[in-house]
Design a protein around this ligand. Sequence first.
Ligand SMILES: Nc1nc(=O)c2c([nH]1)NC[C@@H]1CN(c3ccc(C(=O)N[C@@H](CCC(=O)O)C(=O)O)cc3)C=[N+]21
Length: 283
Amino acid sequence: MDGKAVAARVRAEVKAEVDRLKLEHGLTPGLAVVRVGEDPASKVYVNGKKKAAEEVGFRSWELHPDEGITQAALLELIHQLNADPAVHGILVQLPLPRHIDPDVIISAVKPEKDVDGFHPLNAGNLLLGRSTTRACTPYGVMRLLEEIGCDPAGKRAVVVGRSNIVGKPMALMLLQKNATVTICHSKSDLRREVEGADILVVAVGVAELVKGAWIKPGAVVIDVGMNRKPDGKLVGDVEFAASAERASFITPVPGGVGPMTIAMLMRNTLDAAVRYGLVPVVK
Ligand SMILES: Nc1nc(=O)c2c([nH]1)NC[C@@H]1CN(c3ccc(C(=O)N[C@@H](CCC(=O)O)C(=O)O)cc3)C=[N+]21
């Protein structure tokens, strides 16, 4: 499954809508990315987001306070972005330095501008099955499933990993599409659960944790993992070659879910601009 190609298509769709928004409404969506300190991986990801934002025609800002910024000062920065009418989307790149509580920061972002879908209000709305801003990575996975014509209804979907940013929202989105969903974690009998999966999503962060021999023949395998090997090579959470022999579809790392995450961030920012940026003029 070529995540890069699908991501390019999503960005092209967003760009077409941005062009129309500018022409018909004079509105340019704006995305502010906050990157605290000098984490090298964060720098790579944020650059990818900035590049995509430019490509689709957004205004974008990168704010990078240094590692030592206090939680109070970071909150103040977020309040400023919340109040800025040119900013429709705010993303605070994780992880944050240890002296800052990410829950406090995520909760401070105005839910309407939370294009990560991490704010408790947006996460709660997903739980309740209401329309909401969806976390970019699982949202991108749902788009990939659509692209290959995979309808989760009635299928056994197994999600490995229960993080708030991938595993839990992933399970909820699959449930909403009527899959029978199992969530696995460190106490699960992983092989047994994986062997039953028609749709398998793995988001743990352990290189090649899931073995090719466990994959059900014909399964759709989505690998959210990104692990840097000592030799510098990037590998997923799934043994790729051996799994590819059994799966009907499988996402590579890199070039699978990663580019989709960024593309769905563009989608979420556009949607935020349309919903809250197009303020009708009351006469
Ligand atoms: N508030 C917040 N929102 C995020 O969405 C967020 C975050 N914090 N913190 C870190 C993770 C990670 N993440 C990635 C996005 C794209 C790729 C990506 O495009 N990866 C390329 C490879 C890039 C490389 O070569 O290193 C690929 O898979 O093909 C990877 C990882 C977003 N995250």
